[in-house]
Ligand binder design. Sequence first.
Ligand code: NAD
Ligand code: WQD
Length: 341
Amino acid sequence: MKQILVTGGTGYIGSHTAVELQRAGYEVIIVDNLSNSSVDVLDGIEKISGIRPVFEQFDLVEKDKVDAFFAKYPNIQAIIHFAASKAVGESVEKPLLYYRNNLVSLINLLECQLKYGVANIVFSSSCTVYGQPDHLPVTEDTPRKDAESPYGNTKRVNEDILHDTIAANPQLKGIALRYFNPVGAHPSALIGELPLGIPANLVPFITQTAAGLRSELKIFGDDYDTVDGSAVRDYINVVDLAKAHVVAVSRLLGNKNKAGYEIFNLGTGNGVSVLEAVHAFEKATGVKLNYKIVGRRAGDIEKIWADTTLANQELGWKAEKGLEETLLSAWEWEKRVRGIN
Ligand code: NAD
Ligand code: WQD
């Protein structure tokens, strides 16, 4: 069985990807420092797949630990690197924490890949690297813009670190996947997104409001140049997203990549406004949301959605799940976590 290292594998997207990798016949080894996830996630993965992933708890910033890990697991074929700090607002307050965590982790992994001969890496990038694009939808050739936050800048710089390291070391191959807005949960409701504290992202805020944890959802702005004035995003189901990682790993292992370093957008190709998302949630779940329109959120962009042609054609991957099904899965997960029937 081919061994895949999943960093950040007890996190939201990593846990769903671990399940899909196991379903595809890979052996998953998770490294996570549990800074933003719980060890209980391993139980959820095991309940779904019947297989408990190997788990090593340490911080990828600590080089000696990363080195000892690769010495212990000499048969790893590929890395999917999810581990990162991801809260945009916190990154503005604590830029050094974000630069250290997100940049040093990747550098440590790449140095160990060279030392231990691990050829393949898939990196979690983000549509945040596009900022507010001049033309929509965005293709992979759309120019990146200056980041709006230190978090966004770590994605941009990490893409450059990958590009430059692969250019200098042709034995390495990498794929950067630029996620649009990952939402929803596994249909089993055994794993999902569990933010600490008050959620910054829309869908966890919606489900927590529906569950009664928050009194009302604030919709940030209704004066954008969009279909109904609220901001537009491309919400991609997390299981669809997870499946794209399996394809990316198989592409690298099968030497089907066309260049040493490749980039793919992962979205649905559909732009959805905040109000449309709220109404889709209400329709899918039958739960009425208490919401209020307030002013714009600082740093928000007006609208973005993906051109997914490249991923469709080159990876043979396409988002399959619709918005209502996806929002219902987020609600089923929230209900299970909160003990609501
Ligand atoms: P998450 O916080 O749920 O998962 C990240 C995991 O990495 C957590 O379990 C955390 O404990 C772990 N981690 C963080 N720093 C670590 C370190 N130094 N050593 C070991 N483990 C560490 O986040 P997620 O939503 O699953 O995101 C996964 C990746 O996808 C991140 O790189 C994120 O930036 C990127 N991404 C996320 C989104 C999104 O909206 N969720 C969008 C685009 C890109
Ligand atoms: C979506 C829309 C909000 C909460 C962030 C990061 C980005 C990427 C994905 C990692 C926006 C609106 C939200 C609320 C609202 N992450 N909203 N009320 O801002 O597209 O992107 O996550 O790479 O880098 O910036 O996602 O879920 O925060 O917001 O009206 O309570 O919902 O204004 O228009 P965003 P989001």
